[in-house]
Design a protein around this ligand. Structure first.
Ligand code: FAD
Length: 467
């Protein structure tokens, strides 16, 4: 028997169901990765994530070579060409079955369906990206949950009853092979700040659990603090699995936390949010197609202010916490969750610009860009999504800064023009700057938040009037 494993967003050898099952009983295994640079562009993904992907593919190749599993990297432009390419490639080789872990976006699902229809061998597909498989948690009425809290309750009940399955990496299937690094073409921006490979990811996970898991709930909202795991780039490309996160929590706390208030629960809860958005993406394909979760919100009259959008992207809004966050994103490809919520609220509720433009900008910058979480986060902030922030709750960018960056440490890191501003003035620095530092160049607030907030609420009220 010979099996082919098709790696996609699961670039790891440990806890990889497709690889594990393919290699069971010492079956001979080969691996393939299909790069689609045109698809990457069509999905608007970042050049930094592409660099991270390339480096992690090399790390995976090295791991597979140690196990005696050869990896071939094939290239075609888009998903549409994948079925034909695979079929032709397989004509010259003999495999008994193809193994892969499921991908959840609509384009990926269509590609996989086409592959299954064209290939002469069975395709075995596994859940490798969620602790609880998509579609297996449903309401009494048989539908996907549309609200997070009951979903989380059901998710925890499933975990409590059935536990989770952590798979080891397969035993070596042959002598180590010579290592040939694969290289991906296309525009790349260095991702060197993030060490590549599953060993690096595992080390970061262990360190986070030892140092920060217990007080994550108290520290996670403060961007100047290093209180979150920074594991999102690894989870987004499947270099780490959520089961591995659970195992690390258990190793640190000796048991999993099942209720609010228990140490570690706050972090587990974020992993459940991750699964909620992934389950939603599978249940509601329109989320992969740029459509709002709440169909009535498609009628919102979003502003077409291109200049306002540019100013937001550049971090020149005149609201320091927003500007610091946006400049951090552009330079590092990563942004703290609290800041993602603040800048998303600012774009949609203060500038009244369509959440889809913000979602696309994020995708083009983020090293952890991932359709389900990005779409979920944007629709939550815009008030168009499942279990979204109520439309009348509009983040005040000044008081958010005061609460979550009280001393202005994060702001000063990213806005050199505010370095000298004292903490009590840092969130509204304009009078101080005008007096103490004429010619400072920091812009005045581009909108009046109070008025912009009322306009956002009126936009949503008008929707109700249409009903
Ligand atoms: P931690 O706080 O340590 O959380 C652990 C893991 O849980 C994260 O790595 C992530 O995989 C998951 N997670 C945490 N919070 C969320 C959440 N709210 N929704 C879904 N999963 C979550 N996350 C992405 O991975 N990719 C994105 O493209 C993305 N876009 C976002 C856009 C917006 C507008 C918002 C509000 C949130 C977005 N998030 C996204 C979710 C969240 O901001 C990041 O996952 C988090 O900041 C990553 O930092 P961390 O790894 O230190 O997270």
């Amino acid at each position: 028997m010979r099996h082919l494993v098709w790696f996609r967003t699961d670039l790891r050898v440990a806890d990889n169901p497709a690889l594990y099952e393919a290699a069971a009983d010492g079956t001979e295994v080969e691996a393939v990765y299909i790069d689609c640079p045109g698809q990457w562009q069509e999905h608007g993904k970042s050049a930094m994530q592409r660099d991270f992907l390339s480096r992690n593919l090399q790390a995976l190749n090295e791991q597979l070579a140690q196990l005696g599993i050869p990896l071939t990297v094939l290239t075609v432009d888009t998903f549409a060409e994948v079925p034909g390419l695979l079929a032709r490639w397989l004509e010259e080789r003999t495999f008994d079955a193809l193994y892969a872990n499921r991908e959840i976006g609509i384009d990926e699902r269509r590609r996989d369906k086409a592959v299954q229809q064209i290939l002469p061998i069975p395709c075995r597909v596994y859940n490798g990206d969620c602790v609880v498989d998509h579609g297996s948690l449903i309401t009494r009425g048989g539908d996907m949950f549309k609200v997070f809290t009951p979903f989380a309750k059901s998710w925890l009940a499933r975990l409590s009853a059935g536990g989770y399955r952590l798979l080891p990496m397969p035993a070596a299937l042959g002598e180590p092979l010579p290592f040939k690094p694969p290289n991906l073409s296309g525009e790349r921006v260095s991702s060197e700040a993030w060490p590549a490979g599953e060993a690096a990811a595992a080390e970061r996970l262990t360190q986070f659990c030892q140092l920060s898991l217990r007080d994550y709930g108290e520290r996670r909202d403060f961007p100047a603090d290093d209180g979150t795991s920074s594991l999102s780039p690894y989870l987004a490309l499947g270099i780490m699995s959520p089961n591995q996160c659970l195992a690390a929590i258990e190793a640190e706390l000796e048991q999993l936390p099942f209720s609010r208030g228990e140490p570690g629960f706050a972090w587990l809860n974020e992993l459940i949010w991750r699964e909620f958005y992934r389950h939603l993406l599978v249940a509601f394909p329109r989320l992969s197609m740029g459509r709002a979760f709440k169909p009535d919100t498609e009628a919102l009259p979003w502003s077409r202010d291109d200049e306002g959008f540019r100013v937001w992207c550049e971090g020149q809004t005149g609201y320091p916490i927003v500007d610091a966050a946006m400049r951090c994103l552009k330079q590092t490809g990563w942004m703290h969750n609290r800041l993602r919520m603040i800048v998303a609220s600012f774009l949609t509720k203060d500038l009244h610009i369509d959440w889809r433009r913000g979602e696309a900008w994020f995708m083009s910058c983020l090293i952890d860009g991932e359709l389900a979480a990005n779409n979920g986060g944007w629709q939550w902030a815009a008030g168009t999504g499942a279990d979204a922030a109520p439309y009348f709750r509009v983040f005040n960018p000044t008081t958010q800064g005061e609460r979550f960056d009280a001393e202005g440490d994060f702001i000063r890191r990213w806005l050199p023009e505010l370095t000298e501003v004292p903490a009590r003035m840092i969130h509204a620095p304009h009078d101080w700057l005008d007096n103490q530092s004429p010619g400072h160049g920091y812009p005045k607030p581009m909108v009046d938040h109070g008025r912009a907030r009322l306009h956002a609420i009126a936009m949503f009220d008008a929707l109700k009037d249409r009903e």
